[in-house]
Every structure is written in C-alpha cells, then in structure tokens.
Design a protein around this ligand. Structure first.
Ligand code: SF4
Ligand code: SF4
Length: 358
C-alpha cells in the first residue's frame, strides 16, 4: 500500500501553473490557495520533508477538497490529484483520534451488522433465474439494501436486454472508507468484493451509481494478486445507462413531466434523459458542478460548502423543473439536503421505473 511519501515525485511534477484554480469549486468559492491542489501540494511537500506536521489544520484543508477530480482533468502535469490527497488523508487518519473512532464505526463487524439489519428491515430481493447467452454482474452497492425495488428493476431491464443476471452478494464499494482516509478498511473491502468475481464468468459489469462505478475502476490500483489485478483491468465497468443506450432501449414518460439533471463528478456522459420521449427536459446551469456532498457533514469546511450548495440550489430552482434527477446516491442525498426535501429528487433509474414505460 502506497504511503504519502511515495508520492514525492508525483507532487514534484506540479509546475505551480495554477490551472487547477480555474476549475476547483472549493477555490472558486473560497479564494483560499490551501483549498486547491496547488496549495495542498506545497503543504504536503512540507509534510514529506518533515518541515510540517500532519495536523488538524492540514486535515481541514484536505477536507476542503471535494475529491471531485475536476483539477486532474485540467492538470498539464497529468497528476492524479485525488489519489495524492486521499493518501494524505490516510496519513492523518492513522494518527488522529477521529481516525480511531471512525475505524471502529467502519469496522467490518459494525458496518456489516448495520447493512444486514437494513436488509432484514427492507426485505429480501427476488432471485432472477432466466438464462441467456450473455451474462452480467450488477453492483448495487449498500444502496441496493435499502432500495431493493431499484435493483430488481435493473435486473428486469437486463433480462429485457436478453442478459442473464449473475447473482452475487456484494457489500459496499468502499468509497466511504477511501474518502475518510481509512485505507486499511478500503483495501479489505476491495479484496473482499474483487475475490467474488475472481472465478466468475460474465460479459458485463453494470452499476446504477456513478460513484460505485468510479470506485470499481480504482480497484486494480489496490490489488496485489496479479491474476485478479489483470482481470479487473480488463473489465469495462459500465453504468446501466450506457448499456441501455448500447442496446437501444427506448423509454417514454407516462406524464410529460418536467425534469432537470445534476451530473455527478464521477458521471460519464449520461444522456439517457435526452432519449426519453414525451418529457420536458430543462438544462441545469452548471449541471456538472459538484454538489458538495463530501463537505456537507464537515463543520470545519461548512462555510465553503454552504456557498457551493446554495449556488446549486438556486440553479435548480431557476429551472422550475418538477423532478431533479441524478445518477449517484451521494448526490441524491446532497441534493435533498440542498433543496430542503422540497423537490422530488430521484436517481434516473427510479425515475424510469416509476414514471416511464418501455
Ligand atoms: S478534486 Fe475538486 S475540490 Fe479537490 S482540489 Fe481538485 S478541483 Fe478542487
Ligand atoms: S494544474 Fe496541476 S501542475 Fe498546475 S498547479 Fe494545479 S496541480 Fe500543479
């Protein structure tokens, strides 16, 4: 497992050009150099050299970063900025008191007990046994536990596309562990999930959450078993929306309602809404600007997050749309919070299930 010091050369590649500032939501709202990768890299160089101690203040700035990855797309030095910042978070996590508390809450026994209790409360999902030549693994993540109807609907769609569902029993993708800096627990989760597909044959790997899709794409970086690493590197992790577009499924809205779409940072060109007939689609200004989810529960960075959240709120209200759609569970939580639960916020897949016909 890589440590912060292993990124010394990567950080050194930063030319201090400042291009990241022009796209970083945290910097644009705060004007604070320490909120953006360029400033964070200067701090982290100090930590690696031993001139600075990894402490609460540095962690606060690491938390100001929303891990949206916008900066990496613009960085001429081609630095995977989020990966470096997450390794710094992991450094703080190991040494801090908060890290010890979170370590307990996120431990396998506590986390899985919560998930299993939710599964008992929300009911069992039916099994999909239809056989087809092509096979798919569907990853619904923890959310599958509390929205069993969604995962059943995805599986029905797969069957409609003449794709067999390979039943698996995954837990969380591990993203909450990764972003909090709990690298040990993240790697444990990565290995547990990846082992489940090691001996399985399938043609597609689909999910309905953009963040789960992004996380699975990261897995191979954290796997040591060469065979498994290779297998993960060869998988194209797809969203169900990409597969729907590929297979040409057509949807029609039942009620000509108005919708707008917030595009998650981890989204890959989800344009399914433009293909639904009989729908009043209203483009959201700044639709791919971060919703601020990762900062919502952090009092230390709330001042900046509040500005990001309020801007998103105003843009959504300006559309006047009845439904606010997205394709990530984290964004869905953030948007509900942003809109104070006064609008119908839904994942696209649930909108298709409830409001559209094939
Ligand atoms: S990941 Fe997003 S919030 Fe973090 S430094 Fe890059 S652009 Fe800014
Ligand atoms: S865009 Fe990349 S190279 Fe330029 S300052 Fe930001 S992190 Fe450094």
């Amino acid at each position: 497992m890589k440590q912060l010091k292993d990124y010394k050369e990567v950080i050194h590649k930063c030319s201090k050009c400042g291009l990241c500032q022009s796209v970083c939501p945290a910097y644009l709202e705060s004007g604070n150099e320490c909120a953006v990768s360029r400033g964070q890299f200067i701090m982290l160089q100090g930590v690696i050299k031993g001139d600075l101690k990894m402490n609460k203040t540095i962690n606060k700035y690491l938390d100001t970063c929303l891990k949206c990855g916008k900066c990496s797309a613009f960085c001429p030095s081609d630095i995977d900025i989020v990966e470096v910042i997450l390794s710094a978070k992991a450094e703080y996590f190991k040494k801090s008191f908060e890290g010890k508390i979170l370590s307990f809450v996120q431990s396998k026994i506590v986390f899985n007990t919560i998930l299993n209790t939710l599964r008992l409360l929300f009911g069992r999902q039916k099994k999909f046994k239809k056989k087809f030549t092509k096979k798919a693994i569907y990853f619904g993540g923890c959310v599958e536990t509390i929205f069993p109807k969604t995962s059943e609907y995805v599986k029905e769609l797969l069957n409609k596309m003449e794709i067999e569902v390979v039943e698996t029993n995954f837990n969380c993708c591990g993203l909450p562990f990764l972003t909090s800096g709990n690298m040990k627990r993240f790697i444990e989760q990565v290995n547990e999930n990846a082992e489940k597909i090691k001996k399985t044959d399938f043609d597609y790997f689909v999910t309905d959450c953009a963040s789960c899709q992004w996380t699975w794409n990261e897995y191979s970086k954290y796997i040591e078993d060469d065979e498994l690493k290779q297998k993960l590197e060869n998988i194209e992790f797809k969203s169900i929306y990409e597969l729907i577009a590929e297979k040409g499924l057509k949807f029609e809205s039942k009620n000509n309602c108005s919708v707008t779409y917030h595009s998650p940072c981890h989204d890959k060109n989800n344009d399914i809404l433009s293909k639904i007939e009989n729908i009043d689609y209203r483009e959201l200004q700044g639709k791919d600007e971060c919703c601020g989810f990762s900062g919502i529960l952090k009092p230390s960075t709330w001042k900046i997050t509040k500005k990001i959240v309020n801007k998103k709120r105003q843009n959504i209200l300006n559309t006047g749309a009845e439904y606010v759609l997205t394709s990530c569970i984290g964004c869905m939580i953030a948007l509900n919070f942003t809109l104070r639960f006064n609008k119908k916020v839904m994942r696209v897949i649930d909108f298709l299930r409830e409001n559209c016909r094939l």
